[in-house]
Design a protein around this ligand. Structure first.
Ligand SMILES: *Cc1c(COP(=O)(O)O)cnc(C)c1O
Length: 368
């Protein structure tokens, strides 16, 4: 028997969440963001779950090529663009759309004779201060790029720092949109602004955010980009990490559990040992009180997470036994609830799913 730990990927929920993104931004085309191995779900599953997207966006050049090998013929966007002049050949050979965010990338394109036209996304830094040209440099960058023979469509893009909080006092979406409009004023070309946070705000900001292309990631995987619960946006979880109880211990007052003996029983209690640890991607820093489901009953993590196991309080789970089903996150337990308890975000938990975890699929049209 294999270890009872597995991650189930719900392809039908991926499809549902994509439809939610469409409903939020009905006039936009959708780049389904499948970077980081489709947020831990597997690139190939991303391709199947989001088959109805208008394009796939990612970071990794090798996976962009793999998408073509897997038969994806619609557009592909490299979100950080090329890393070296030699990558340009990949763009022309596999018809990849590349982000251009710095002068060095423009120079690489100027030095290379393009054997086929390529489309690019020219990125503006509207306050995120990671990648992109400042609004006051943007027009010049656009002109220089436009002058390169073989550059096809230039889409104008930016990225929001706080799309989940419309009125963040440090940097609001409205302010970033204002800067974008200023920097892009008079320039022809399609626009791409919104990540999941922006897509989910679309109803509130429809005018300012009426982009030609949107770039949702986390919402497609049933996670929230901010404070509002994913379920309130009618998103469905796409990854269920589940295991079983593989051992039980009866404790008396004063007994401790696990490495560091950090948990001490205040009275008689039952502890369950779950086959899942930090080497599987479960966060080691998850504290006492982090939620889990045992036989569908919500209970809590106790003690320190070890490499291959973690321990749970079974006091409230009447018929718990070795073999009881444990949900670490997903179906019935939002990944965001676990992430919040552990001081991180759902994104990190999904992406950190370890290679040793068996992955199964709930096929499209089949319930999980
Ligand atoms: C990752 C990424 C996205 C998707 O962000 P989410 O918050 O997951 O929706 C969109 N655009 C760019 C440029 C990204 O790097």
């Amino acid at each position: 028997m294999p270890r009872p730990l597995s991650a189930t990927i719900h392809l039908d929920s991926m499809k549902h969440n994509l439809a939610r993104a469409r409903a939020c931004a009905p006039t936009a085309r959708i780049w389904a963001v499948v970077k980081a191995n489709a947020y831990g779900h597997g690139l190939e599953r991303g391709l199947r779950g989001f088959a109805e997207a208008d394009g796939m966006a990612l970071i990794e050049t090798d996976n962009a090529v793999r998408l073509r090998e897997l038969g994806w013929t619609k557009p592909i966007l490299l979100l950080e663009g090329i890393f070296d002049g030699s990558d340009i050949e990949l763009l022309t050979e596999h018809n990849l759309n590349s982000t251009v965010h710095c002068i060095e990338q423009i120079k690489m394109l100027e030095y290379t004779r393009l054997s086929r036209p390529i489309d690019v996304h020219l990125k503006m830094n509207t306050g995120m201060n990671r990648l992109g040209f400042r609004p006051d440099e943007f027009g010049a960058a656009h002109a220089r790029l436009r002058a390169i023979p073989g550059i096809g469509n230039i889409t104008l893009m930016t990225h929001f720092a706080n799309a989940d909080e419309l009125d963040n006092p440090r940097l609001s979406v409205r302010e970033q949109v204002r800067r974008f409009q200023l920097g892009a004023d008079g320039l022809a070309g399609e626009r791409s602004l919104s990540n999941s946070g922006g897509v989910l705000q679309q109803a509130l900001l429809s005018e300012a955010l009426s982009n030609d292309w949107v770039r949702p990631g986390i919402m497609l995987y049933g996670g929230t980009p901010g404070e509002t619960a994913a379920a309130d946006y009618k998103l469905l979880p796409t990854m269920t990490l589940a295991s079983e109880i593989i051992g039980m211990q009866q404790l008396q007052a004063g007994d401790t559990v696990g490495y560091g003996s950090r948990f001490e029983a205040s009275g008689p209690m039952v502890v369950g040992v779950v086959a899942c640890g930090y080497a599987d991607g479960y966060p080691r820093h998850a504290p006492h009180g982090t939620p889990l489901l045992v036989d569908g009953v919500r209970t809590t993590l106790i003690g320190r997470v070890s490499m291959d196991m973690l321990t749970v309080d079974l006091t409230a789970v009447a018929n718990a036994r070795v073999g009881s089903k444990v949900v670490l996150w997903g179906d019935g337990l939002p990944i965001d609830a676990v992430a919040t308890a552990a001081g991180t975000i759902g994104y990190e938990l999904m992406c950190a799913l370890a290679p040793r975890v068996r992955v199964r699929e709930a096929a499209l049209g089949q319930s999980a």
